[in-house]
Ligand binder design. Sequence first.
Ligand SMILES: [Cu+2]
Length: 113
Amino acid sequence: MNRKLKSLVLGVALGAFAGLAAGEEKHHAGTLQAAAASDALADGEIRKVDRDASKITIRHGPIANLDMPAMTMVFKVEDPALLDQVKAGDKVKFVADKIGGAYVVVRFEASPR
Ligand SMILES: [Cu+2]
């Protein structure tokens, strides 16, 4: 379930950062829907980082690609290194996806100041 959506989200994310994604050409959806890039980014505020469990609590705004309203919830992270990019209190934009039945943060992007 959501496999198509996942590749779309990843593709759009990678497409938006093609300069950083050199060598990651396996995603083919990158150029299809540039407009979806902003939809995939959700607003959030980091509430708690749990490195031991590789989980993070985020108070987030609506997440369009997950059809999720604003709430505070715990996410897993796709890569534990993501937890080093943020700390409690940070305001972030991030991409989340549902992977294997769990909500997972795929990427963080610092909010423009
Ligand atoms: Cu949520």
